[in-house]
Write a protein that binds this ligand. Structure first.
Ligand SMILES: Cc1cc2nc3c(=O)[nH]c(=O)nc-3n(C[C@H](O)[C@H](O)[C@H](O)COP(=O)(O)OP(=O)(O)OC[C@H]3O[C@@H](n4cnc5c(N)ncnc54)[C@H](O)[C@@H]3O)c2cc1C
Length: 415
């Protein structure tokens, strides 16, 4: 794409920065009634999105906010029904060791009671019941399993591309190979040059100015709203004047093949002890994911799983599956996502930033499943209206300390 074309053809109201699942979902949502331009430095789904396992486990991830989980689950059901994507509904189980049985049963009771009217479908299943329903699983050694309904999986790149296609159909422009190098802001503290300054702001927001466009490696673009959805790069995009507490971390996937899976059903699931999740893949394969750690140089992080995690995943797979033969590893990869201190994303139009700046980042291993929530919430934040679910869990203001120097925590609730 040439500079001339950018300058001449584009007069968007909204620029969405980043063509991951979040940017695509937001572009799709806003393109219905706004002129939207999505800018992606590489290609659609080039970041964390294209590396994701595709699990949708919103109910265990948001047990405290069933309305948030329900919003996402309903979207995936509807979107599957349109034929735009294939979303496979599959309950998620959490095998429970005998020493954790009492606590697990109490948790199930609490979750059922807390959301008695919200419909969180969770149960404690006996080992026999689990093996009858999913004969590929070997539950010996476990006291049972916590079973969450309302879960499933999909192909993350297919989802991002379908959202992108919908956005374009509604009139959005999507440009790949364009890097946004800064947000242009007009207002207090104007540097006097070309009437723009970098993103600035204080907590009051009063002196932060207003967004007037973006700077890109193909020239400047005018717009009144910018949605920063640049994954782990969002912090550097908004720095130094609107610090957001995110940091990059790397996480891994291994695909194993086993005769135990041939012609036998297997659930999705989460093993809290070894800290891995799993889900069916194709005919006779199981994806095993986990082993997350913060990284200092995300651009250089290995895109393959480590030897140690490959070994760990095959041991876990062999122990979990009802076949004595060792499993075979058929694929592996790793990717980098953005973590927050409390593992929940930042989806907000922060008072601390300039008018017209919205942020959607820090999805901490759950961006695929949370994309429909992020898209709806960004619309409401831009319009200043109430979303149909609680928005506070996603507010930037929940963090007093906005530094990236926080301790990275793995998600630990089966999400
Ligand atoms: C191995 C792995 C497994 C995962 N499994 C799951 C799962 O099962 N379920 C789930 O829900 N989530 C999962 N996740 C997390 C999920 O992938 C992320 O949370 C989600 O993809 C984040 O989407 P995003 O759009 O915010 O970021 P990204 O997908 O990283 O997209 C950001 C985009 O912005 C672009 N960009 C950055 N800077 C600029 C700039 N300055 N100008 C223009 N473009 C820019 C990047 O090139 C990139 O394409 C997993 C992640 C990994 C790595």
């Amino acid at each position: 794409m040439s500079e001339r074309r950018l300058a001449r053809d584009v007069s968007p109201e909204v620029v969405v920065v980043g063509g991951g699942v979040i940017g695509c979902a937001i572009a799709r949502e806003l393109a219905v009634d706004r002129r939207v331009l999505l800018l992606e430095r590489d290609r659609i789904a080039a970041g964390a999105t294209g590396r994701a396992a595709g699990e949708v486990t919103m109910s265990p991830s948001y047990p405290d906010y069933p309305g948030i989980a329900a919003h996402a689950n309903a979207f995936f059901d509807r979107y599957d029904a349109t034929g735009a994507i294939e979303y496979v509904e599959a309950p998620s189980v959490e095998p429970v060791s005998p020493d954790r049985e009492e606590a697990a049963r109490a948790r199930v009771d609490r979750l059922r009671n807390e959301v008695a009217n919200g419909g969180l479908d969770v149960a404690f299943e006996s080992p026999d019941a689990v093996e009858r329903r999913w004969p590929a699983l070997d539950m010996s050694g476990y006291a049972g399993a916590v079973r969450f309904a309302n879960a499933g999986y999909l192909d993350p790149a297919e989802l991002a591309d379908a959202l992108r296609a919908d956005a374009e159909e509604s009139g959005a422009r999507v440009e790949t190979g364009v890097t946004v190098t800064g947000i242009r802001v007009d207002g207090e503290g104007d540097n006097g040059g070309d009437g723009t300054e970098p993103v600035g702001g204080t907590d009051g927001g009063a002196d932060s100015g207003s967004v007037i466009g973006v700077e890109t490696d193909h020239g400047a673009i005018d717009c009144s709203t910018v949605v920063a959805a640049a994954g782990w790069r969002t912090r550097e995009l908004l720095a130094p004047d609107l610090p957001i507490p995110i940091r990059p971390y790397r996480t891994q996937c291994v695909v194993i093949r086993s005769p135990a899976l041939r012609g036998r059903d297997v659930s999705m699931g989460w093993l809290p002890g070894p800290d891995v999740y799993f889900r069916p893949m194709g005919e006779d394969e199981l994806l095993v994911g986990g082993r997350s750690a913060a990284v200092d140089d995300p651009a250089a992080a290995s895109r393959s799983a480590d030897g140690a995690f490959r070994e760990h995943a095959s041991e876990i797979g062999s122990g979990l599956l009802a076949d004595p033969d060792p499993v075979r590893i058929v694929d592996d990869w790793a990717g980098v996502d953005a973590a927050t201190p409390d593992t929940r994303p930042i989806v907000d139009r922060p008072a601390a930033g300039p008018d017209g700046l919205a942020v959607a980042t820090g999805f901490h291993g759950r961006g695929i499943m949370t994309a429909p929530v992020a898209a709806t919430l960004i619309r409401h934040r831009i319009e200043g209206t109430d979303p149909p679910f609680p928005g506070d869990p996603f507010a930037l203001s929940r963090f007093e300390d906005r530094s990236a120097d926080f301790r990275f925590a793995s998600i630990s609730d089966g999400g």
